[in-house]
Design a protein around this ligand. Structure first.
Ligand SMILES: NC(=O)c1ccc[n+]([C@@H]2O[C@H](COP(=O)([O-])OP(=O)(O)OC[C@H]3O[C@@H](n4cnc5c(N)ncnc54)[C@H](OP(=O)(O)O)[C@@H]3O)[C@@H](O)[C@H]2O)c1
Length: 260
């Protein structure tokens, strides 16, 4: 039996990972808000809310009191701060980084971890206007953890996922409702963002397909530091390697078409 820590296990990718791994392993499963709906004798729930820093240290103490070794931590918990950068409250920008970046780093370095798998995103390639905080947070996550890996010798794998059919899309509309509804000067772009999010929640890659891939990667003895998963993610990665001036030209033209 191996020991895993998985955050963000109340829904989507984290929940499915916890369900799979707990069949034959011990899983410390992070939740916030609602009580965890996962059950099973191999599941040890722990409370963590990355927007409440004290809960991170409490989670570290709790897990360390129960185990001396963690085979893999999956940093899955995440949220999306969306809207026009000009209109997003600075406290929301900070929350984006607290949840998607700093929380994951603080939890990971507080635990006796052998391997880290971070659920990053194609957004880390940085080409999506109106979800700029999310793009920047995923890029920051990748940079911090890659350098952490080089410094510490702990294996870190970044999974840059394309669109997956999970509740994150509708949650992001709800959470950013105020700024999206009051997006003076950016109404057309925000309307498109909402429409696209609702589409992705249905048409994204099914979670079970992604879980199978993640489990395969986790088993590799010599994994790469980064995997880009999904056709949309692969296209985004290639596009992001083109000259910045050309990338901006293409995006500006898309935005112009949206505004018409
Ligand atoms: N779905 C996609 O298309 C996609 C693509 C690329 C990357 N990702 C990444 O995949 C990860 C999992 O997302 P998902 O798609 O499975 O969405 P999800 O179902 O919304 O899962 C997100 C998880 O993170 C938790 N979470 C949110 N804010 C938190 C906080 N402040 N503290 C602790 N936990 C918090 C959520 O808890 P609550 O249930 O309490 O909200 C939930 O358990 C995220 O990091 C996301 O950025 C998703």
């Amino acid at each position: 039996m191996k020991t895993y820590v998985i955050t963000g296990t109340t829904s989507g990718i984290g929940k499915s990972l916890a369900e799979e791994y707990s069949k034959h392993n011990i899983v410390f499963a992070g939740y916030r808000n609602e009580r965890l709906k996962l059950e099973g004798e191999n599941i040890i729930p722990f409370y963590i809310d990355y927007s409440k820093p004290e809960t991170i240290q409490q989670a570290i103490e709790f897990i360390n009191s129960k185990t001396k070794k963690i085979d893999t931590i999956f940093n899955v918990a995440g949220c999306v701060v969306a809207g026009a950068l000009e209109l997003i409250d600075m406290s929301e920008l900070r929350r984006q980084f607290d949840v998607n970046v700093f929380g994951a780093l603080e939890l990971t370095r507080g635990l006796p971890v052998n391997k880290v798998i971070n659920i990053s995103s194609m957004s880390s390639f940085g080409i999506y206007p109106f979800i700029a905080p999310y793009c920047a947070s995923k890029r920051a996550l990748d940079i911090l953890f890659n350098l952490y890996s080089l410094e510490s010798g702990i294996k870190v794998i970044s999974l840059k996922l394309g669109s997956i059919a999970t509740p994150i899309w509708s949650k992001s509309i709800q959470e950013n409702n105020t700024v999206l509804e009051n997006s003076k000067g950016y109404e057309a772009e925000c309307k498109y963002l909402v429409k696209n999010a609702l589409k992705n929640e249905v048409k994204g890659i099914p979670v079970n397909k992604i879980i199978t891939k993640i489990i395969k990667i986790e088993k590799l003895s010599s994994p790469k530091p980064s995997y880009t998963i999904g056709f949309d993610a692969k296209v985004t990665e290639i596009f992001s390697h083109l000259p910045q001036g050309f990338i901006n030209f293409v995006i500006e033209n898309k935005l112009k078409r949206m505004r018409k």
